[in-house]
Design a protein around this ligand. Structure first.
Ligand SMILES: [Zn+2]
Length: 261
């Protein structure tokens, strides 16, 4: 069930009372579900007042989510019909089935590739989709890193593929490079650049002037790539970024907010 409001003047919020909460707090999940975490002593009258006082922040946040959703609907759905992996130029058509055998099964179809996700519920199909992204990443990212390593003559010792939430990659002193599986959702240029960035850390660990001189040798446009990387999380579908849609839980009160015009 998706509770993202279709119009911003009709907002549904969950109220969760908490014994631990000292003061009321608002949360908006990346899918647009508004939750008020309220102390026990807070009454229904207080809820409405608190929400009204925070109307500005709520509408601004929901407008931002709504704008992003309209620009890239496929990144916001929890049941994608198509998955684009720009880094490898691949498009997958996704089918869902609740057959007994579980998992994500790849097949070829006319004009592309198909992935059939067999799962009992949303939670389970997201698990299979994420495991599949990881398998795709394992299939392609190490090969690409080795190619770039050969071109640049920057050696690394090991590679890890991870589902990191906050980093695109990292490099240890011993030369182990970790890459985020969600690099698959970036452009090939940006994914390549991230690998150059990490490979240069095998020579200079810190972001020193000498480090950037080395980066520039292999990627003259490194400043542009760095700034794009900072905003690149926007290109990852919410289901792959680990965002969970909050849904009503036992004990929640569901209230409908009517925003003042
Ligand atoms: Zn770095």
């Amino acid at each position: 069930m998706l509770l993202l409001p279709s119009t911003l003047d009709n907002i549904v919020a969950f109220v969760k009372t908490s014994a631990k909460a000292k003061r009321p707090r608002l949360e908006i999940c990346p899918y647009g579900t508004v939750t008020l975490i309220a102390p026990r002593r807070f009454s229904a009258r207080h809820w409405q007042g608190f929400l009204r006082d925070n109307t500005g922040w709520i509408t601004q946040t929901l407008e931002r989510i709504d704008h992003h959703r309209r620009q890239a609907p496929q990144l916001h759905t929890i049941q994608p019909g198509v998955i684009h992996l720009p880094a490898v130029g691949a498009t997958w058509h996704i089918d869902y089935s609740n057959q007994q055998r579980r998992g994500a099964i790849e097949s070829q179809i006319e004009g592309g590739q198909r992935l059939t996700v067999r799962a009992g519920d949303n939670h389970e199909h997201l698990k299979h989709l994420n495991a599949w992204v990881r398998a795709r990443a394992h299939a392609v990212l190490p090969t690409r890193l080795r190619e770039i390593s050969e071109q640049t003559e920057l050696r690394f010792s090991r590679i890890n593929i991870r589902a990191q939430k906050t980093r695109w990659g990292s490099c240890t002193r011993s030369g182990t490079i970790s890459l985020n599986q969600n690099l698959l959702f970036l452009s090939p240029e940006l994914a390549d650049y991230l690998m150059i960035h990490e490979l240069c850390h095998t020579v200079h660990m810190s972001h020193s002037a000498r480090y950037w001189t080395l980066v520039k040798r292999f990627s003259p446009d490194y400043r542009l790539h760095e700034s794009r990387l900072r905003h690149a999380a926007n290109q990852v579908p919410l289901w792959a970024a680990g965002a969970r849609q909050r849904t009503a839980q036992p004990g929640d009160t569901v209230i409908r907010l009517t925003m003042p015009i």
